[in-house]
Design a protein. Structure first.
Length: 297
């Protein structure tokens, strides 16, 4: 999936070699656009929006795969095409599931490390900064372990290969080279502006923010984590934007390295056919952007 200023595009290769596309124009909602201009608030809005869009595009890919496998072929012939309101409901349902999944994941990776640390180390020492630091280490271990083990499954590995292909295409485009498979494959699968970097920053920033607060007991600690979750997300987004702006500065560019290290797990070297699909998706996005601009002229 590639996101332009006005449209999101996903490409899926069919068994016959042809490509199927999903183009989703960005809807301009005035109050959402206003929120996205406010520091610390825009990060929360952006993450929720990305989760909803990502779920919609993943659902499109899954449905395309199912159709190719023939799982829905018979039922698709028998059922009538859904009406306008049915389509809207389906899209909203997928978007809501995507947002809920993201929030659930954040709750799990916020609360479980705190519970584990409290259980193992509550009576070992009293320094709360050390407790917060160990909690952060446990969170990183759980996160890395989770990503590593799911990456062993064929489906997720393939998804991570496409993730790597997307990064290669973007890097090639930013370098100004022609988007051919051979050219794109020369680039790295890692990229500064990736959601993986954001995940790492939420862990690191969380340790810092929690260190400024005192808690009395297990329950208060958990409540603090839940209440501060939007704050951690908002601050992490701003820090990520800041580090991205410094990536060309020789020394300060290392601030973005923790996110790049996590991408060693969330991206894999893609096959030429996967790069070809990513190039097609990116070009389709640029064509769609051009059509929209011409339509507004």
């Amino acid at each position: 999936m590639f996101a332009g200023k006005n449209v999101h595009v996903t490409a899926v290769r069919k068994k016959d070699g042809s490509l199927d596309y999903l183009e989703v124009p960005k809807k301009v909602i005035p109050w959402v656009q206003t929120l996205k201009k406010i520091p610390f608030i825009r990060g929360i809005v952006g993450i929720i929006e990305s989760s909803a869009k990502g779920a919609q595009h993943l659902n499109f890919s899954a449905e395309s795969f199912a159709e190719q496998e023939g799982e829905d072929a018979d039922s698709a012939k028998k059922e009538e095409k859904p009406g306008f309101f049915s389509n809207i409901s389906m899209i909203l349902g997928v978007a809501v599931v995507g947002v809920i999944s993201f929030l659930f994941g954040k709750f799990v990776f916020t609360l479980v490390p705190a519970v584990i640390e409290q259980f193992l180390f509550q009576n070992v020492f009293s320094n709360q900064f050390l407790h917060n630091l160990i909690e952060g280490v446990i969170k990183i271990i759980l996160l890395v372990g989770y990503i590593y083990f799911i990456s062993l499954t064929p489906m997720i590995r393939r998804l991570f290969q496409y993730h790597g292909a997307e990064h290669k295409v973007i890097s090639a485009y930013e370098a100004g080279v022609e988007l051919t498979v051979s050219n794109v494959q020369k680039f790295n699968t890692l990229h500064y502006r990736c959601g993986s970097s954001f995940i790492v920053f939420t862990v690191l920033i969380g340790v810092v923010i929690y260190s400024f607060l005192h808690y009395d007991g297990y329950v208060e600690r958990i409540v603090q984590r839940l209440i501060l979750l939007p704050v951690v997300i908002g601050v992490s987004y701003e820090v990520l934007r800041f580090t991205n702006s410094l990536r060309e500065v020789p020394v300060l560019r290392y601030l973005g390295y923790p996110g790049l290290w996590l991408q060693l797990l969330t991206t894999k070297e893609p096959e030429d056919s996967q790069v070809e699909v990513s190039i097609a998706s990116f070009n389709r996005m640029r064509e769609a952007e051009q059509r929209i601009l011409e339509g507004r002229a």
